[in-house]
Design a protein. Structure first.
Length: 410
């Protein structure tokens, strides 16, 4: 039998049992949808994280107190209350120790607190960050000005707003350079508005509100112990990496806190640390979701096998006629394998189409995804192979039938 005859014969057979074939395809469709969506979103998230980490650069290190307990801790302007309990604290003398370590170019302090933020007759409660002016220089590759300027040494009662904090916080009442806002009931003059960072992972950074460190001590000093610093940002000198200075950082600050390094009450966070942590988390999540995908695909494969077995039982006499006309076992095997492969392939096409629709809709809501050619190819190959494997047993059963017994079948 020619290949074209094989194709035509198989397709005609499938159309005779179209309803059962369509129901069988659903299992494959679900598996391919899960495969495409999970893989694309997982790679999209990883790509976006890498993009932001590359913007941070490998020359940045954060130091934060250790935290425990439930809840989340975030540095974005829209962050909720800090629910975790503090295991340690950082102090001004830690800053002095860090500045003396070779390889460290600059150190910036940060304290923060939730308080009232008002403009005109409106007010909300949000997170306010008090940072040293050197912070803006450290992060010049990540944050930049849309208008105005950054504050300098010894300036007071001035504020720099993230793009969303200025443009969206109070609806149609946009805040611009030169406007006056209130923070904790005190008036501050807006001197700068940042450009939109614009990635789905930077929404909180676009909502950030920055005031001078000294002003923040006045606003939030009652919430802190003497000389406390809540967060430290470090920029390394050219040619140095986090690995070059991390041990010295941990040793010096632990000594300041009268602790052993292994008992340290703070965290040293580098871009490598963030990348490895998030990569491990995404890898675990992807494996879990892939397991669910395999279950869905297995169910789809069982459906194809059941359909093909039913097809063999319904077509016993037809198989006998084909063999009587000279069809070999390989020909019969090829017919049924091609039918099961076609079911799998069609399921792959439909699943891929629906998966793309889901990704495009998710993208409108800010969910990152990355479409790659290998995902398309794998979806088609994967679904087709599932169809072939599922149809192998029914196809062999049909091929091994005795033509005489098959012709007697009613």
């Amino acid at each position: 039998m020619k290949f074209s005859d094989l194709v035509n014969y198989s397709i005609r057979s499938l159309t005779k049992t179209s309803l059962r074939s369509y129901l069988t395809i659903i299992g494959i469709v679900i598996g391919v949808i899960a495969l495409v969506v999970i893989t694309s979103i997982s790679e999209g998230v990883q790509k976006e994280i890498n993009t932001q980490l590359s913007a941070f650069g490998t020359d940045k290190i954060f130091i934060s107190p250790s935290y425990s307990g439930s809840g989340s801790r975030s540095f974005g302007g829209g962050a909720g209350p800090i629910q975790s309990s503090t295991l340690g604290k950082l102090y001004e003398n830690d800053i002095a120790s860090l500045e003396s370590i070779p390889g460290i170019k600059s150190v910036a302090r940060c304290i923060y607190g939730r308080t009232g933020f008002g403009f005109r007759d409106k007010e909300i409660t949000t997170m306010i960050y008090g940072i040293d002016e050197i912070f803006f220089e450290q992060w010049e590759n990540y944050i930049s000005l849309e208008s105005g300027r950054f504050y300098g040494d010894n300036e007071q009662r001035v504020v720099v707003l993230g793009y969303s904090a200025a443009k969206e916080t109070f609806g149609n009442d946009e805040i611009g350079v030169g406007n006056t806002v209130t923070i904790n009931g005190n008036e501050y003059r807006v001197i700068g508005v940042l450009k939109k960072i614009g990635t789905s992972l930077s929404a909180q950074d676009d909502n950030s509100i920055y005031i001078p460190f000294a002003d923040a001590k006045d606003e939030f000093g009652s919430q802190l112990v003497k000389n406390e610093v809540q967060f430290i940002s470090i920029q390394l000198a050219e040619g140095y990496t986090s690995a070059d200075v991390q041990d010295q950082i941990e040793s010096d600050i632990s000594a300041n806190h009268k602790l052993k390094v292994e008992d340290k009450d703070f965290m040293v966070i580098s871009s490598d640390y963030i990348n490895n942590t998030i990569g491990a988390l995404l890898g675990t999540l992807s494996l879990f979701l892939l397991f669910i995908t395999l279950i869905a695909t297995f169910v789809g494969g069982i459906g194809i096998m059941n359909t093909m077995l039913m097809g063999v039982l319904e077509r016993v006499r037809e198989i006998g006629i084909l063999k009587a006309l000279g069809a070999t076992e390989n020909t019969i095997l090829s017919i049924f394998l091609f039918e099961s492969a076609t079911i799998g392939f069609i399921g792959g096409v439909i699943g891929l189409a629906i998966g793309l629709m889901i990704l495009f809709i998710a993208g409108e809501f800010g969910v990152p995804y990355w479409l790659r050619l290998r995902i398309f190819l794998f979806a088609f190959i994967f679904s087709t192979i599932v169809g072939i494997v599922a149809g192998l047993i029914p196809a062999r059963q049909a091929a091994k039938m005795d033509p005489v017994e098959a012709l007697r079948y009613e």
